[in-house]
Design a protein around this ligand. Structure first.
Ligand code: ADE
Length: 235
């Protein structure tokens, strides 16, 4: 069934087997124009831009996912099941839940807790633990080490809410050792697990629920560049 309802690409080979997935479609455009050689736009449905180009001669795509689990759930499902994508690398931002995870740090999501009901669709007789691809995780950590980039690796929280009714809720996740909160990884990890493909989530810390610090996107540029260095090398 291609084109799909949300990606207007009629042929399979146009999207690479490895796709970088920022939440913001304009970030996808920026990455394509600044990091890829010969980028060609493949999607414009809902302005959720996607591009394919090359990096060091290797074909790679980058596509916006929008915010939240339903949105990344749709795009990652279509990329996997209709366009043959095998490696899905989310690159995004997160809020720190721990004192020693500072703004501008880089967090790699080894696993993703969630307050969402996304896993309900699988009718499991218990709860599911969404985890990153071990291959991608190990490679990302190796690449960061080789480049001298410090990364915090651990559990993250994919939340359905950015504005919580109880502003103290995050502390319950923090005391379970969860490093940071974002809004997409758990759905990505579940879609990848169900389909037997690889997914990883790499994040820069944009704000801290602990210290109440926040960074502007200009201030995040250096950590964004480091995150991109890891993601592109990984691809
Ligand atoms: N992404 C970046 N910061 C976040 C936060 N504080 N909560 C949820 N998602 C985020």
């Amino acid at each position: 069934m291609i084109p799909t309802p949300h990606i207007n690409v009629a042929e399979k080979g146009i999207i690479a087997e490895t796709v970088l997935l920022p939440g913001d479609p304009l970030r996808a455009k920026f990455i394509a124009e600044n990091y890829l050689d010969n980028p060609v736009q493949f999607n414009s449905v809902r302005n959720m831009y996607g591009y394919t180009g090359t990096y060091k001669g290797k074909k790679i795509s980058v596509k916006g996912t929008g915010m939240g689990m339903p949105s990344i759930g749709i795009y990652s499902y279509e990329l996997i099941h209709f366009y043959g994508v095998k490696n899905l690398i989310r690159i995004g931002s997160c809020g720190s839940l721990q004192k020693d995870v500072k703004v501008r740090d880089i967090v790699v999501g080894m696993a993703a807790c969630t307050n969402s009901n996304y896993a309900n669709q699988y009718n499991l007789p218990g709860t599911f633990a969404p985890v990153a691809s071990w291959e991608l995780l190990r490679k990302a950590v190796d690449i960061a080490g080789q480049k001298g980039i410090d990364v915090k690796v651990g559990n993250i929280l994919s939340s359905d809410t950015f504005y919580d009714d109880d502003p103290e809720d995050w502390k319950k996740w923090a005391r379970m050792g969860v490093l940071a909160v974002e809004m997409e990884a758990a759905a990505l990890y579940m879609n990848a697990a169900r389909a037997g493909v690889n997914a990883l989530c790499i994040l820069t810390v944009s704000d801290s629920l602990v210290s109440h610090e926040a960074t502007t996107s200009e201030e995040r540029q250096n950590s964004f560049t480091q995150m991109m260095d890891i993601a592109l090398e990984l691809a």
